[in-house]
Write a protein that binds this ligand. Sequence first.
Ligand code: ZN
Length: 435
Amino acid sequence: MHEELEPNIEKNELTILTSRLFDPRQRLFLSNISIVVDTNTGLVIGTYKRDDSSPVPDTATEVNTIDLRGLTVLPGLVDSHTHIFLHPYSETPSLNQMRDESFVERVVRATNHAKAALMAGYTTYRDLGTEGLRDADANFRDTISRGLIDGPRMLVATECIASSGGYEIRQEHGMHCHGAYAPRISDPADGIDGVRAAVRRRLGAGADIIKFYADYRKRQLRFPVPAWPGSREEMNVMVAEARAGKAPIAAHAQSPEAVIMAAKAGVTSVEHGYMPSEEALNAMKENGTIFVPTLAVIEALLLPGGGSNSNAHRTFQVILDHTKAAYKKGIKLACGGDTGAFAHGDNVRELELLVKAGVPLDYVLQAATLHGWEACGGDLCGRRFGCIEKGFAADIIALRGDVAKDLGALRRVDFVMKDGKMYKDERKLKFVERP
Ligand SMILES: [Zn+2]
């Protein structure tokens, strides 16, 4: 790691000075590291440790130097479970968003969401479903990657795959020629051939990641409401087809049965999985499954406005305890709040809740960076990010304060760089541009 790296101005190199840098591999804060960035490729060229004899550049005159000393510097954050087209359910229930809001309104909202997320330090979104907008997330992703709008790098799922009668808008009025139009919110597929074709459709539509519903409440309009347990043979085929297409695959799973089936099928990640079960945790541990507990959406749904229902508070505590048990078991966690159900820009709520659950901060920061990249498929996703080292994207953020002492620093993002390009700089000391 230690190399003497002089910034090469001709080659568009930039040196970033840090005094407190989080390394998600070691889960350690490192002192006095300098980062050299190639602004053409947007990649980190290397890092080196400054010793006491290293000359400290005069940042008032030094060209192509950014001084982030005194701040907490992290890799850009990865939100591993988002919905760019959703805004808080407390503003508008999801049904009304999916059914009633226009395509244009939802895209304009998404444009604002993308900017808010980037300003909050989120340089990557793992966006798991358009919720009624078919494959529009792939087009939206491309407007960011082509530089038309500012936002996180996006890896998208397009539509989620669900079995018939699964993830659908429920209506007792089924005659669409008379009733309200209910848009399709998943790509329905059944049986071995059906689900294999669905994975192919998603890849063809531009999905970076496949998402399927391992279970969903099919009998919601009946009583009692048993969950449909899911189909292991269908999951096996979807995982195999995603692998053949070199794509990661995420499973929405609520019940322990569905978590176990999905984990054994070999999914990249399990989303939600909140029902306490030792067996479900064991299945994730044994299969190396990444767990995305989505605590923030659960909080938003269970405890709206802080929550006045003591039963709901108890239920939420049980879910927090289950998450802590996952950490204690050594399950790899990634940080994704189901953002959109609550506000984009408020993404760090998930980090705060993981800390509240009892997961140590260094594990939480690792979950929100390097494990986010792994949840995106790691090298399958075509770019390395979530860690500040040679060959990784220069996604670099800086917080005002020491986050190890004050968690509130997570909400004081003074500096944001993505792919070597600066999007936010609220430091008092500005960096000096090359004349
Ligand atoms: Zn979701």
